[in-house]
Ligand binder design. Structure first.
Ligand SMILES: Cc1cc2nc3c(=O)[nH]c(=O)nc-3n(C[C@H](O)[C@H](O)[C@H](O)COP(=O)(O)OP(=O)(O)OC[C@H]3O[C@@H](n4cnc5c(N)ncnc54)[C@H](O)[C@@H]3O)c2cc1C
Length: 238
């Protein structure tokens, strides 16, 4: 498939959080690409075509007619998109590529470790598994600073009701002891990852987000749990 840049109009924007925005990029007439859930597109603004940044699809391959990406206000591109991108704007899109792909084989369990905006590709995983009524178990272990930083909270909670094989578990790392939060506190750790696993031979691990979190997950899964490399996929965002 051609990976030539394509001009796409932003047809919808949604502020997920005060610093996080989903943009929906409309495919032009006649455009009908083959791509896979979990891949990323590369975006540029037409006035700065050489400044390109990668964004994981937060939509899935069953969503046709558009790509969705969910972007946090961070650095030059992240700030420009969150603060300035609006419906009707045009962006240059390099079509999806990447190997951060869900293994939707019968009986698999995907343990997905995410930090901050690193949860975005897992929205695509869950959408596809839920719509196709797959028997794949998906467990998302999501690290955020505070409950106000949880992206797609309502959406994942709703998907949990529709899909009994989905578990969306959040841990908050920057709460004071007096802050109200009934859920887990502290960083993702070895014990939390291990307690999700029932049959390690059928478990695939994914880690996405800030490099330190992803490297921690790699160390735990590959070294401490001795999981074969083929059962781990990572995406480091810097
Ligand atoms: C495969 C892939 C998928 C990705 N998917 C997503 C996604 O779905 N959503 C998302 O939000 N991001 C995603 N990213 C990250 C994204 O590509 C950008 O890197 C991000 O939006 C920041 O924009 P930038 O690179 O223009 O920032 P830059 O301006 O290049 O800055 C890079 C980093 O340095 C920091 N920085 C810049 N200047 C300073 C300074 N003076 N002092 C200290 N720190 C500074 C910035 O805060 C930022 O964290 C993905 C990255 C990859 C590789």
């Amino acid at each position: 498939m051609s990976k030539h840049p394509v001009q796409m109009e932003i047809e919808k924007v949604v502020m997920e959080l005060p610093d996080t925005k989903t943009i929906r990029l409309k495919w032009p007439a006649g455009y009908d690409p083959k791509f896979l859930t979990g891949q990323f597109i590369t975006l540029a603004w037409p006035d700065t075509p050489k400044y390109r940044r990668a964004y994981s699809l937060s939509s899935c391959a069953l969503d046709r007619g558009f790509f969705e990406v969910t972007i946090k206000r961070d650095g030059k591109m992240g700030t420009r998109v969150v603060d300035w991108a609006k419906e009707g704007d045009t962006m240059t899109v390099i079509p999806p590529v990447g190997k951060f792909l869900p293994v939707f084989e019968p009986g698999t369990h995907l343990v997905c470790i995410a930090g901050g905006s690193g949860v975005t590709p897992f929205r695509g995983f869950v959408r596809e598994a839920t719509r196709c009524q797959l028997d794949t178990r998906i467990t998302i272990l999501y690290s955020v600073r505070t409950p106000n930083d949880i992206i797609f909270n309502d959406e994942f909670r709703e998907l949990e009701k529709q899909n009994p094989r989905l578990k969306f578990a959040v841990t908050c790392t920057r709460l004071e002891a007096s802050d109200a939060w009934a859920g887990r506190r502290g960083r993702v750790d070895d014990a939390w990852i291990r307690e999700q696993v029932t049959d390690i031979s059928k478990t695939y691990f994914y880690a996405c987000g800030p490099t330190p979190l992803v490297e921690f997950a790699e160390l735990q899964v590959l070294n401490h749990m001795a999981v074969p490399k083929a059962q781990l996929r990572t995406e480091k965002w810097g």
